[in-house]
Design a protein around this ligand. Structure first.
Ligand code: F0G
Length: 352
């Protein structure tokens, strides 16, 4: 028997826009005022020419700071403000930082972003500067930056800065609304949802969203979750292939898609369980396949995405080719961030 909930789609449609439209499905008391910029409610765009098939792109570049991170950040910063902390801190490949900087500014909180030196795309760095975040650069990759935040904020217990990386459950609560919107807009559950994977929070969150709808009796089937990583930064694919119960870390992750250049994803176990439970799969794509995806989304569909986001199109193509998902089945590709995030890669590879 599914559990009961007071939630109904009709009621929700009369409510706020985006993430907060699903408030009854977020574990947040009614008296807490959200720190919001109407994030979510992003376009779900039918793919016409880039692939043959029944495929939609969920264009998360349509969020206020240009990536899906805003969904988690509206919830995370709402809680941070409610807790009365002085500020927030995140490690980031760029998008989390940009989003934290903007939402912290809106909430009147300090923001510290810890970034891998030289590893953040220019648009994202500019956003953190624009919104007045304090920038700390570490030598190394994202994993080193995250370790720094974790050690300082969690182990050393510096409580003035609230850590908002995706091991913070509130972030995932916001990001799960991607699943709600997909069902809300399509009025059905896709066969597959294809997600670029870095720190593995988003794929875990989206699966959580579908599972909740299922458990509440609001949908009666679940999609396969397809997690896509870049060849040079694919710890979850390596772990998946060996069937290991311990993460196979990648010491020096490398890919053109700087957003997902991550070797030790913090949410690896959640993501592994999500993909397994859904009957899905983890696969890799090459940097060339990613760039091909960027180009095809831009030139056949008019959709401008940053490289990491195109991993979902590249991954979809590969999964169909390998017979892992049905060519005619309904699929949703999560396009996680906007093309303007990474102007250098675009001008380098798409020169005139
Ligand atoms: N796509 C983009 C554009 C991202 O920025 C990220 C993550 C992902 C995909 C992967 O999502 O980590 O939940 O598996 N960016 C993080 C950041 C790591 O710091 O902005 P994930």
């Amino acid at each position: 028997m599914p559990a009961k909930t007071s939630f109904s789609w009709d009621k929700a449609r009369r409510r706020r826009f985006g993430v907060w439209r699903y408030r009854e499905l977020l574990p947040i008391n009614d008296d807490i005022e959200p720190v919001t910029m109407c994030e979510g409610g992003t376009p779900l765009i039918r793919v016409n020419r880039a692939v043959n098939g029944n495929v939609y792109v969920k264009f998360e570049g349509g969020n206020p700071t240009g990536s899906f991170k805003d969904r988690g950040m509206t919830v995370g910063v709402t809680i941070a403000k409610h807790l009365g902390v002085e500020g927030v801190v995140v490690a980031s490949t760029g998008n989390t930082a940009a989003s934290a900087a903007a939402y912290a500014a809106r909430a009147g909180l300090k923001c510290v972003v810890v970034l891998p030196r030289g590893g953040v795309a220019r648009g994202k760095l500019a956003q953190s500067l624009l919104h007045g975040a304090k920038i700390v650069e570490v030598d190394g990759v994202f994993d080193d930056a995250l370790e720094e935040v974790f050690t300082e904020a969690v182990i050393n217990g510096k409580r003035d800065l609230y850590p908002l990386n995706s091991y913070n459950p509130w972030r995932l609560e916001g990001q799960k609304t991607i699943a709600f919107e997909i069902v809300d807009e399509l009025s059905e559950v896709p066969e597959a949802v294809v997600v670029p994977v870095g720190n593995a929070g988003n794929i875990s969150a989206i699966w959580k969203g579908f599972k909740e709808l299922y458990n509440y009796g609001l949908i009666n089937k679940l999609p396969k979750m397809i997690g896509v990583q870049a060849e040079g930064a694919a710890p979850l694919v390596a772990t998946w292939k060996t069937g290991s119960n311990a993460l196979i870390e990648v010491e020096k992750p490398q890919t053109i898609a700087s957003a997902i250049r991550i070797g030790k994803p913090v949410n690896w176990l959640k993501a592994l369980n999500a993909v397994k439970e859904s009957g899905g799969v983890f696969i890799t794509v090459s940097d060339n396949e990613i760039l091909e995806g960027v180009k095809d989304l831009a030139r056949y569909e008019g959709i401008g995405v940053e490289p990491a986001s195109a991993a979902s199109l590249a991954g979809y193509r590969k999964a169909v080719e390998m017979g892992l998902i049905d060519r005619n089945g309904l699929a949703v590709l999560i396009a996680t961030g906007h093309a303007l995030k990474d102007p250098d890669t675009i001008t380098k590879y798409f020169s005139y």
